[in-house]
Design a binder for this molecule. Structure first.
Ligand code: PSU
Ligand code: MN
Length: 306
C-alpha cells in the first residue's frame, strides 16, 4: 500500500530488481543547504561518485503527492532552482504529500523514505543536532530522534560547530544511537577533522559498519547508526579559521530573531558568505567523501545478506 506512494526512477527500479547496492541522498541539502547552481552540480557529482563506487544513487524528494526515490535530470534541475520548496522533516512530510506540495527531505525525512523504499544506507554532509542555547530554545533537530527510531545507516562528516556538539552526542546516546567515527578516535566537526571530543565508537572498515547495522536488526533494536566520516585532510578548514564565521552567523541569527526551521539554512548561508565560498568547496568535498563510504557500506550490506 505504502509502495503506491513511492515513485522509483528507472535507474533505482533496475537496482532494486537486481538486488544491488543503493545509497539514498537527501534533497534539503540541495534546496536549503547550498546556493544554485553549485547545489545541482554538487548533487550530480555526488550521484556520479556513488555510481563510480559500485552503487546506485537515490536522491529523495516529494512532488505531486508522491515520494520520489531517485530523481531524473529534469527533476533535479527543477528542484535546484525552485522557490518556496518546503523543508520537510518527520513533522511535516505527511502534510506535504497530502496537499501535493513540493518538499525537500531533511535527514529525518530522507531516513523515513529510505526505510519505506528498503534502502539501508544514506549519505549526506552534516546532520542536524542540539543547537547552542537549546536549554532555553528547546531547538533539537528531529534528525536525532529519527536516528533512534529508523533503521538506516547515515554517513555524515560529523555535525557542524554551529551546534552544541557535546549535547548532540549526549542526546544521541540517550536515544540509543551508535555514533561510529570512521578511521579515527576523535569525533569530527564537519569542516574540521577534530571536534575535540572523543567519538563513542570507532570502526575502520565498511564491512564492520555493515555488520553492526545487521546485528542491531538481529537484536531487534530499532533505529539506525550515525557514521561520522572525517573530511579529507586536503579539504579541511581548521577550527581557528572557521570559528569566527560561525560565531558571527550565530550572533546575527540571534539579533534577527531567526527561529525554528529557518535557523540551520540561515547559518549555512551566512557562513558561506562570510567565508567567501570556502565553506561550500569543503562542504562538497566532504559529501563526495561520504558518498564513497556510503557506497562501500551499501555493497557490504548486500554481500552480508547474500
Ligand atoms: N547541516 C548541514 N547541512 C545541511 C543540513 C544540516 O551541515 O544541509 C540540513 C539537513 O537536511 C538536515 C537539516 O537534516 O538541515 C536539519 O535542519 P534542522 O536543524 O532544522 O532540523
Ligand atoms: Mn531546529
Amino acid at each position: 500500500m505504502t509502495l503506491d506512494l513511492l515513485q522509483f526512477s528507472p535507474e533505482v527500479a533496475a537496482a532494486r530488481a537486481a538486488g544491488t547496492a543503493i545509497v539514498a541522498l537527501e534533497s534539503t541539502i540541495i534546496t536549503h543547504g547550498m546556493p544554485f547552481p553549485q547545489n545541482v552540480e554538487a548533487a550530480r557529482a555526488v550521484e556520479a561518485e556513488i555510481r563510480k563506487h559500485g552503487a546506485t544513487p537515490a536522491t529523495i524528494a516529494v512532488m505531486d503527492g508522491r515520494i520520489l526515490i531517485g530523481l531524473t535530470d529534469q527533476q533535479l534541475d527543477a528542484l535546484g532552482q525552485a522557490q518556496h520548496v518546503m523543508k520537510i522533516s518527520r513533522a511535516d512530510i505527511a502534510a506535504c504529500i497530502a496537499k501535493g506540495a513540493v518538499g525537500a527531505t531533511t535527514v529525518a525525512a530522507t531516513m523515513i523514505c529510505a526505510r519505506l523504499a528498503g534502502i539501508d544506507v544514506f549519505a549526506t554532509g552534516g546532520i542536524g543536532g542540539v543547537h547552542r542555547g537549546a536549554e532555553t530554545s528547546f531547538d533539537i533537530s528531529a534528525d536525532l530522534p529519527e536516528l533512534g527510531e529508523t533503521a538506516v545507516t547515515v554517513i555524515a562528516a560529523g555535525a557542524k560547530a554551529i551546534l552544541d556538539l557535546p549535547k548532540t552526542l549526549e542526546y544521541l546516546e540517550t536515544k540509543g544511537v551508535p555514533v561510529i567515527t570512521f578511521g579515527q578516535d576523535q569525533f569530527p566537526a564537519f569542516w574540521s577533522r577534530d571536534s575535540g571530543l572523543k567519538s563513542p565508537l570507532r570502526m575502520d572498515t565498511a564491512a564492520e559498519i555493515a555488520a553492526a547495522q545487521l546485528m542491531r536488526t538481529k537484536l531487534g533494536l530499532p533505529g539506525g547508526q550515525l557514521v561520522a566520516n572525517p573530511i579529507p585532510v586536503a579539504d579541511e578548514i581548521p577550527r581557528e579559521a572557521i570559528n569566527p564565521a560561525i560565531e558571527q552567523a550565530l550572533v546575527e541569527a540571534e539579533a534577527q530573531g531567526i527561529a525554528a526551521k529557518e535557523v540551520t539554512p540561515f547559518l549555512l548561508q551566512r557562513i558561506f558568505e562570510l567565508t567567501e565560498g570556502r565553506s561550500l568547496v569543503s562542504n562538497i568535498a566532504l559529501v563526495l567523501n561520504n558518498a564513497r563510504l556510503g557506497a562501500a557500506i551499501a555493497r557490504e550490506i548486500v554481500a552480508l545478506r547474500a
